[in-house]
Design a protein around this ligand. Sequence first.
Ligand code: NAD
Length: 425
Amino acid sequence: MEEVIKVPKREGGIMSLNPWQEAVTNLEAVAKQIGLDKNLLETIEKPDRVLEFKLMIKRDDGSYSIFDGFRSQHNNACGPYKGGIRFHPRVTKEEVMALSLWMTLKCAVVGVPYGGGKGGVIVDPHKLSLTELEKLSRAYVRAVAPIIGPDKDVPAPDVNTNAQIMAWMVDEYSHLKGELSLATFTGKPIEMGGSQGRTEATGRGGVDVLNSLAKYYNLSPQETTVAIQGFGNVGSWFADFAAQEGYKVVAVSDSRGTIYNSQGLDIEEVIKVKKEKGSVTAATGEKLERDGVLSLNVDVLVPAALEGAINEADAEAVKAKYIIEMANGPTTVEAEEILLKRGVKVIPDVLANAGGVTVSYFEWVQNRQGYYWSKDEVFAKLEKIMAQAFDEMMAKVKGERLTHRQAAYANALTKIAAAVQQRLS
Ligand code: NAD
């Protein structure tokens, strides 16, 4: 087992920090470890710009509603700002800023030529009709139009936004510009310049990371058991690709419960059942309680559902030897400290789920070339990038005795700092 450097304890505990303070705490700890110049860190840390605006739409019943919207452009030293737009009632400015910082790091970890950005609207989209949702999406574009574009800032879907919303946004932006501008948004429908493989990309990239992990730690897929929390886009594709490649996926969960089979689940059946009956728990296997997935005796645990899904109490119960963070921020700082002490290796989100933004980058490249690739080409290029980022992280874990997260952050910070310095010299 590699020796690990202790994650510094923060004053006040996790609940007293908002997402922005949390992101900054992690960043500053790693910057200190790698001896990054204080002024340089300050330049990298703060978002370049955070736009805050009001969006007004006329509702179907003739009334008017106003929503708060944000776009945080964190850092563009390595390329245009890049990041999704989230529609959610609990969106805050601080959350959007934190997510934009993580995007800057994520893009640098996999070496795609982007900076970080993120957008959000405080809204429960489930309370809007389709027409109202379209109006809100178009209003968002009108608010950010002056600061987005293929070489400025490239938004994408995030929580509660999807390919249809990107199609409306491209349409609105193109009308404002007076020309078709496909490369301003990624995550579009295939018919409107989307990339083959974008839907599967995050799960596919995660399994590329699993393959690299297996190779590095000498795990044979057939003897490696995997449990996955969350069976949405990311979790279901991860399960599907992992099973296809021979890993034994013994448990998957969703918000209603966990389904378990020590001999390995039939993932094709689970996908079908989830689609038809709305939950994985109706599939063949032993039904366990929802959070039972976290404490199963497996080799690899894959949180693919929520932020903060593994807290201190869960960490004590985890029996897996490896965690691959497919969700954003699923392990709290305190939980990670416990896991590391117990020798669990945590492969961080900024690497593990970077397959999504990597294929978004491919979409942008294809739009600009006007030449489109097959799914096989997309996956082959993705695999190369994920494997290289994994190797770069492991080189630092081995050579500098950092945790996997610290190593990934250190690699990202080094690349971003070099770009900032080169611009200033
Ligand atoms: P999704 O909404 O499609 O799926 C979420 C799944 O989690 C659902 O199956 C839901 O039932 C399940 N879930 C919710 N609460 C749960 C609980 N308490 N226990 C078990 N399961 C629970 O979302 P997604 O697109 O798959 O995203 C999942 C995570 O991955 C998020 O953190 C997201 O930010 C992150 N992520 C997604 C992408 C992407 O391309 N979709 C890219 C990078 C990161």
